[in-house]
Design a protein around this ligand. Structure first.
Ligand code: ASN
Length: 479
């Protein structure tokens, strides 16, 4: 028991240490910038798995000119804004429209690209006026200027709004017929059309403003000044125009080789492999920690000590009451926000750490229940006999009961391991590039949702089937 307690304390202090390290552990000159995930021609992953686009190149050039060490992340527009507000990044560049409402919250650079929002449909379902949207469902990305416009004009035109977390989810939904139309920025939709997406624009765009590089209001004036200076230089020396032309005049980059199962697999196997690696790392680390914590609470709940039993019950019930997805989002966005309120300092927590903590705590509650069941399955007489021989409770538990309980619990533990593996997909919401998020990034470039998600599912099937076969073998050998 003492050892288990010690390892829990060690684990928790490691996690807390890591949390504080990630909050303060970067050098001054590093500039963290978040961006959208699927927003070509401004940001997207090209077929060499490199992040490319107008925003990416402008940002890289600006960083170079200012001597900043640039760290760019691409979690999606809504998540990028959340990350900025939670202090996880210093700035956002994501084709972000400068609006009056946003100016209350953010400081913007000089405008760098003129844009307008517009409605698109598939080629089969043309919509030629805003009045024709009556009774229709319009998809839009959460947190965007387009969403604000739709909400303000919903009652006027009589459509329903459906929101999505990124452009991939939105266009896939249009393709599948779940929405009749989508709203996004004109340059983005027209670029997608040149890349062969089944989209059609038959309506006049609405200008809302230009794009700007943004920081939280009152923070980082040096970044805004540095960006503005670099932008002015790039406009003067022609670099700006070169970057814009490179992306807006580009021919289809979606090579034919990426239209088939084999082609997608051949071009992206490295990316799938590294996504799978992150998934497995997350799974193994969180499951080992969950076994330690779960065993502790499982033993606590069968212990003769009432206080221990009550604490364990509260812990298990509390963890099981909160959905894992909510828990993950709460940890990643909620806790740093709370720390910021208390300490007045930005205290971001890294995605992998947040994902690991969420998965660990979640699995630990179920493991505790499994261990409890295992201990209860061992005949009571064994404990009584051992105690009457003068062996202590702790020793009996460790040497006699627990080994048998673990044996009885093995099938359920294996089952929990597989559930935990599948649960890792949930942490893709915070932008952790595990296997599912990897698939989403590839779909963002190729628009091949059927093939890419098919491959992702296939990888899970292979991994889980392998585990199941191994588990059956293990069970048989235990018998
Ligand atoms: N143009 C969007 C906005 O300003 C941002 C985006 O979708 N990346 O709200």
């Amino acid at each position: 028991m003492k050892k288990i307690l010690l390892s829990i304390v060690a684990t928790l202090s490691f996690l807390t240490g890591a949390l504080f390290f990630t909050s303060n552990g970067y050098a001054q000159t590093t500039v963290k910038v978040a961006s959208d995930i699927a927003y070509a021609p401004f940001e997207y992953q090209d077929s060499n798995q490199q992040w490319a686009g107008i925003d990416v190149e402008l940002m890289k050039q600006a960083a170079k000119m200012n001597g900043w060490q640039l760290e760019m992340t691409f979690p999606g527009f809504d998540a990028a804004i959340n990350n900025l507000q939670a202090g996880k990044v210093d700035a956002v560049i994501a084709g972000m429209t400068i609006t009056d409402a946003r100016k209350q919250i953010f400081d913007f650079s000089d405008p760098y690209y003129n844009s307008a929002i517009v409605i698109a449909t598939t080629k089969q379902k043309k919509i030629a006026s805003y009045d024709a949207l009556k009774g229709k469902i319009v998809g839009v990305k959460n947190g965007t200027a387009g969403q604000t416009w739709l909400e303000a004009n919903q009652s006027k035109y009589g459509f329903t709004i459906k929101t999505y977390k990124d452009g991939v989810a939105m266009t896939s939904s249009l393709k599948a017929g779940n929405v009749d139309a989508i709203m996004d920025e004109y340059p983005v939709l027209s670029y997608a059309i040149t890349q062969g997406a089944n989209l059609s624009i038959n309506i006049k765009p609405i200008p809302l403003g230009s794009y700007g590089f943004a920081v939280m209001k009152g923070t980082h004036p040096e970044l805004i000044a540095g960006f503005n200076k670099a932008l002015a230089t790039m406009k003067a020396n022609g670099d700006y125009q070169k970057i814009v032309d490179k992306y807006t005049k580009a021919k289809s980059s979606n090579s034919n080789s990426e239209n088939s199962f084999i082609g997608i697999l051949k071009n992206n196997w490295k990316q799938f492999a590294s996504g799978l690696l992150v998934t497995l790392e997350l799974l193994l680390l969180s499951f080992i920690l969950a076994m330690v914590i779960g065993t502790f609470f499982g033993l606590a709940i069968v212990s003769p000590n009432r206080v221990l039993r009550t604490i364990a019950r509260i812990y298990i019930d509390f963890i099981r009451d909160v959905p894992l997805l909510v828990f993950t989002i709460f940890l990643f966005y909620g806790i740093p926000n709370l720390l910021q309120l208390i300490t007045g300092q930005q205290s971001p927590i890294n995605e992998f750490l947040a994902g690991t903590i969420a998965l660990t705590l979640n699995a630990s509650a179920y493991i505790a229940e499994i261990i409890r069941g295992g201990v209860n399955a061992v005949p009571k007489g064994q404990m009584e006999a051992s105690l009457s021989l003068g062996v202590s409770y702790g020793q009996t538990m460790r040497k006699v009961i627990l080994p048998q309980a673990l044996k009885v619990s093995t099938p359920s533990l294996v089952n929990q391991f597989i559930i935990s593996l599948k649960d890792t997909t949930l942490v893709s919401v915070i932008g952790l590039t595990e296997l599912l998020q990897t698939g989403q990034i590839i779909v963002a470039r190729t628009y091949q949702s059927f093939i890419v998600y098919g491959i992702v599912a296939l990888i899970y099937i292979i991994v889980i089937q392998t585990l199941t076969i191994l588990a059956r073998k293990l069970e048989r050998s235990l018998k």
